[in-house]
Ligand binder design. Sequence first.
Ligand code: 3PG
Length: 397
Amino acid sequence: FKTIDNFDLSGKRVLVRVDFNVPVVDGKISDNSRIVRVIPTLKDLKAKGAKIILMAHFGRPKGKAVPEMTLLPVVAGLSEALGGEKISFAPDCIGSEAAAKVEALGEGEILLLENLRFHAGEEANDPAFAAELAKLGDLYINDAFSAAHRAHASTEALARLLPAAAGRLMQMELEHLEQALGHPKRPVAALVGGAKVSTKLDLLGNLVGKVDVLVIGGGMANTFLNAQGIAVGRSLCEHEMADTARTILEEAEKRGCKVILPSDVVVATGLSAGVATSVVAATAVPENQMILDAGPASAQEIAAELKNCKTLVWNGPLGCFETKPFDQATNQVAQAAAALTKSGHLLTVAGGGDTVSALIHAGVEQDFSYISTAGGAFLEWLEGKTLPGVQVLQDVA
Ligand code: 3PG
């Protein structure tokens, strides 16, 4: 696909799709990474003299203007990330007021449009709505990899209406995913955690055919233990997924993919801070207890395995890391992976949902080779699915 480098942008109105779907607590942005990560694109566009019009969504307002889902709080966050620069705001993403604000933009200036999802046409990928957006620009840039799994007007239809290119963050995300799983240095390991097998079936299915080592952690490891006839007490476990779990294990064996499940686990009677815990073999979970983390021997075993690997893709925590002390295995393995990354032995790529919070919690987010801004899109990419927002950039190039 094309990039910013393929166009002369001087004086051009450039519509840029970004993902400002950031966590907001009491009207304040609690994590501004998605804003910070598009700054290189914005700086490049400014340096090239573009008039920058930012399009984004926030939450799921279902086609209605819901005041709590305004993008207004992002104006201050973005301005701050750009060293106090003035950002204009259009209270509707299409129509005459937005057009007038675009008209008033000087070269290098930035306008943020209100939440695209206030219009039903956005999520419906409606060509008429895309055409309204297209009126505001001469060119289209997609820098929202984390929204690329959605075929929406601003991520799909619009790319067919204007000359289109990928932004810097989009380029970075794809390059790193490609390095991690497209053409990785082997052996390549994937660490997949999280609560449920049922939400990660496609992921596990795709990974067993691609990676050399698959580490399974979190609640879903219990389902795999149970599938092997091991009693897991009161642990979170999808008993009905036992056959599926066995099929995944068989497939892994056929494809030469080594699967690592916890050999020891941390158990307690319930998930609360300060509860009495013990470490037991995964085969000896007491009936009235639940598994809440992988044990220290498992963490060590995983860390030792990573020493033999060249690439690691990480999605999902190993235990209930939000509640101490069930963050131990995740912390230990994350720190081991970070140390191997720093010494140049391992390329580490992480993303998706809880993963980034878990790595921040472990204090290693600076040390990983790459942390994706994407949740759902990261997963779908790892599942081997086509992302409409990426595909269209390739189609039109
Ligand atoms: C995300 O936060 O993962 C993206 O912004 C997509 O949001 P969505 O799941 O509401 O489409």
